[in-house]
Design a protein around this ligand. Structure first.
Ligand SMILES: [Zn+2]
Length: 158
């Protein structure tokens, strides 16, 4: 990847990090004064802040990791197959760690996993698939057994 392109993204990442430092003051804990209703809503606000903060923290971690990759000279390489991630993809998602092919393959795999669990077909190596299948068919609504079967599956694999 060309140095000018890497520098371009490095600037973006550094800006994100410095923006974050400036906005940190916005996450001050809500005031504890007031009646009980205020307390409850203040508590809710705090929880929202925490969730926002958590999501932010994950993103910032990715930003820092990307900066580290720039230092290592591996920025823009797919973590899975090593090809150079396209500039268009990085522009849309500067912290992308996978090329579009690997990302799509990963998402496809995840979807298949959900699909498999939902149908309880071929879910595990040692799973008595047939018996679970029978349970499934005996349930005419087709949905209420899912949780039970899913829990069975968890018991078996863990
Ligand atoms: Zn790849």
């Amino acid at each position: 990847m060309e140095k000018t392109v890497v520098d371009h993204f490095k600037k973006i990442f550094l800006e994100i990090l410095s923006d974050q430092e400036e906005s940190d003051g916005q996450f001050l804990p809500a005031s504890r004064e007031g009646d009980e209703v205020d307390l409850v809503s203040a508590e809710k606000d705090n929880q929202m802040d925490l969730r926002l903060k958590a999501r932010n923290a994950i993103y910032l971690k990715k930003v820092r990791k990307s900066l580290q990759k720039i230092e290592d000279g591996t920025f823009g390489e797919c973590e899975n197959c090593g090809v150079e991630i396209t500039f268009n993809r990085l522009s849309a998602r500067p912290t992308a760690a996978l090329c579009i092919q690997c990302k799509e393959a990963e998402e496809k795999e995840e979807n298949q996993l959900i699909h498999k669990n939902r149908n309880s077909v071929k879910v595990g190596r040692n799973l008595p698939v047939e018996s679970i299948d029978k349970n499934f068919k005996s349930d005419e609504t087709g949905t209420s057994n899912f949780k039970v079967s899913h829990m069975d599956y968890q018991d078996i694999v863990t």
